[in-house]
Write a protein that binds this ligand. Structure first.
Ligand SMILES: [Zn+2]
Length: 232
C-alpha cells in the first residue's frame, strides 16, 4: 500500500472514531446512534475502503502454511463483483483434518487456515471430551455472499470477501448430529458442547457470534477473520 493511501486511511479512521465517540457520548442510546452514524454514506464508504485495504495482497505465505497443515483444498482465482465485493487469496476448503466441510466453501486463505487449526486444537478435543467421538462433518449455510452487514446496511459484510463462515451444525463419527438451531438452547450436553465451541472460536477467529449475540444468528455460529474483534 502506498504512503498516501495509508495517510488517507489514518485520517479518515481518526475522523470516523471522533464522530462515533462524540455521538455515543451525546446520546442516551449509543447502540442506536452507532447504527445510524455508521449507516450514513461517507462513514460506511470509508469503512468499506478500510476493510478492503485490510486484506493482504498476494498472500503466498498463507498458502504455504495451509499446504503444511492437514487440509484438502483447491486454490481459487481472484475476482471482484460490483458494490466492492472482492475475493483474493481464496481457496475451496473441502477438509480440515478429519472434518469434511459441506460443499467445500470458498474462503480466504487466512480464514481456511484458522479453521484447520481450530479443528485440530479446539473442535476435536472438545468433541472427544463431551462425547468420546470426533466430528466428521461440518454443516454450514454459506461463506461468500456479496452483501452488506445486516445491522449496518451500507457496510460490506466479511462474507462479501469470503472471509466468514456461518456454521449450522456438526455430525459425529458415531452418527450423532448437533444443530445450532435445535440444540443451542436447552442446557443439555449438546447445548454445552455448542457453547464451548463458540467460546473457543473467539480465541481462533477475530469474530465469533452465536445465537446469544443477536437475533440474526438464531440458527448459526458466525466466524470470521476480518479487521474487527467481537465475541458474543
Ligand atoms: Zn455470517
Amino acid at each position: 500500500m502506498k504512503l498516501k493511501q495509508v495517510k488517507i486511511i489514518l485520517i479518515t479512521c481518526i475522523f470516523v472514531v471522533t464522530c462515533l465517540g462524540t455521538s455515543v457520548a451525546l446520546f442516551k442510546t449509543p447502540r442506536v446512534v452507532l447504527f445510524k452514524v455508521v449507516n450514513t454514506w461517507p462513514i460506511s464508504m470509508v469503512i468499506n475502503k478500510f476493510q478492503s485495504y485490510s486484506f493482504p495482497v498476494n498472500d503466498k505465505e498463507c498458502l504455504v502454511e495451509l499446504k503444511r497443515l492437514n487440509a484438502k483444498f483447491r486454490v481459487q482465482s481472484s475476482f471482484k463483483e460490483g458494490n466492492g465485493c472482492r475475493v483474493e487469496n481464496a481457496v475451496r476448503l473441502a477438509k480440515a483434518g478429519m472434518l469434511n466441510i459441506d460443499n467445500a466453501p470458498l474462503l480466504t486463505c487466512s480464514m481456511a487456515t484458522q479453521l484447520v487449526k481450530f479443528e485440530r486444537d479446539s473442535l476435536q478435543p472438545i468433541a472427544k471430551r463431551y462425547f468420546g467421538s470426533e466430528v466428521k462433518r461440518l454443516k454450514h449455510i454459506g461463506s461468500y455472499n456479496c452483501r452488506s452487514m445486516r445491522q449496518y446496511k451500507g457496510v460490506l459484510s466479511q462474507h462479501a470477501f469470503a472471509n466468514a463462515l456461518d456454521v449450522s451444525g456438526f455430525e459425529f463419527e458415531d452418527g450423532q448430529s448437533i444443530s445450532v438451531q435445535k440444540d443451542w438452547k436447552g442446557g443439555g450436553s449438546k447445548s454445552q458442547f455448542l457453547r464451548e465451541v463458540s467460546s473457543a472460536a473467539c480465541d481462533t477467529f477475530r469474530v465469533s457470534v452465536s445465537p446469544d449475540g443477536d437475533a440474526n444468528h438464531w440458527n448459526h455460529l458466525h466466524w470470521d477473520t476480518g479487521p474487527y474483534i467481537s465475541c458474543r
